[in-house]
Design a protein around this ligand. Structure first.
Ligand SMILES: [Zn+2]
Ligand SMILES: [Zn+2]
Length: 304
């Protein structure tokens, strides 16, 4: 009898091919340019059980959110930037300089659309006094824990390590060109990060079959739109809840997760109702430090 139980236990413990592969995506910041103490700037951390740590965008407070997760920025394998709007970048210096403080030796690579390399060079120059003084004190060269920028000129695979693969693709962020979204595949698991975009056919194409889609959203009340015509222009380069419902309907992910929540004057309930006008699948409003484990099934939990 015990032998039978033992056999059953072994069967339960031996995972099917790929089932042990769990991809974890954590929303570090779900906010937008205006400062918000509840929603820090855009950033998503993607991790694997093998210790891979990829950061997508580095908005306001990214380092603080990493600290809350007990993740050292010295551990980051790569940083990917979606576009060069400051709300996606303003935390990058903090992430990098703290990694140096923690004796990161290898360069921290930052990949993003054209302009990323020059942005990184200028950032390094801006902190030259700090870096020189610290190098003199520690005896470490200026290149130790260096920051390196690389422009992504073409869409396609931009990073691989084992079963982990990152694909960059173009999205439509109005006058902000180029702007990128990213898809992360880890064996059979996958997550898509939209970056800032309005309704994008190209995003839909690249997101097909993805388990989880982390997508931006923007909404403004009729009253505010009528009062402020500039707001309408801002909205045109983002995704309305109704458009987002259509996007998710085309992709049919296991979960849609809303981030970069640009909300002018409506309740969260109203926002989610508007998404559900066009989509009846699983969809959730993101919040800082909300995480999703993508394995055989998809589970959402808070990490704070
Ligand atoms: Zn933007
Ligand atoms: Zn933005």
């Amino acid at each position: 009898m015990s032998r039978i139980i033992g056999f059953i236990l072994v069967l339960l413990l031996v995972p099917a091919a790929g089932s042990a592969q769990v991809l974890t995506a954590t929303l570090l910041g779900t906010g937008t340019p205006p400062p918000d103490i509840e929603r820090f700037g855009a950033a998503v951390l993607v991790e694997t059980p093998e210790g891979d740590k990829l950061l997508f965008d580095a908005g306001r407070g990214t380092m603080l959110r990493l600290k809350q997760l007990k993740v050292s920025s010295a551990q980051l394998d790569r940083v990917f930037i979606t576009h060069l709007h400051f709300d996606h970048l303003v935390g990058l210096d903090d992430v990098w300089l703290v990694a140096r403080l923690w004796q990161r030796k290898a360069p921290l690579m930052v990949l993003g659309p054209s302009g990323t390399e020059i942005f990184v060079e200028n950032l390094k120059q801006a902190y030259i006094r700090d870096r020189e003084v610290r190098s003199e004190q520690s005896g470490l060269s200026l290149e130790t824990g260096d920051l390196r920028g690389m422009d992504i000129a073409e869409s396609g695979v931009v990073y691989t390590r084992g079963d982990l693969k990152v694909t960059a693709f173009w999205v439509d962020h109005g006058h902000v060109k180029p702007a990128l979204g990213y898809r992360v595949d880890y064996g059979p698991r996958s997550v898509v990060i939209s970056g800032d975009t309005t309704y994008s056919e190209n995003l839909i194409r690249h997101a097909r079959g993805a388990d989880v889609v982390i997508h931006e959203v923007a909404i403004a009340s009729e009253k505010l739109l009528a009062r402020n015509p500039r707001l309408g222009k801002v909205m045109a380069s983002h995704t309305t809840p109704q458009q987002l419902g259509k996007v998710l309907g085309e992709i049919q992910p296991k979960l849609g997760l809303l981030t970069h929540i640009l909300n002018y004057g409506v309740t969260e309930e109203h926002l989610m109702d508007a998404v559900r006008e066009n989509y009846s699948g699983e969809v959730q409003l993101g919040e800082d430090l909300l995480a999703v484990d993508i394995g055989e099934s998809v589970s959402v939990y808070r990490r704070r």
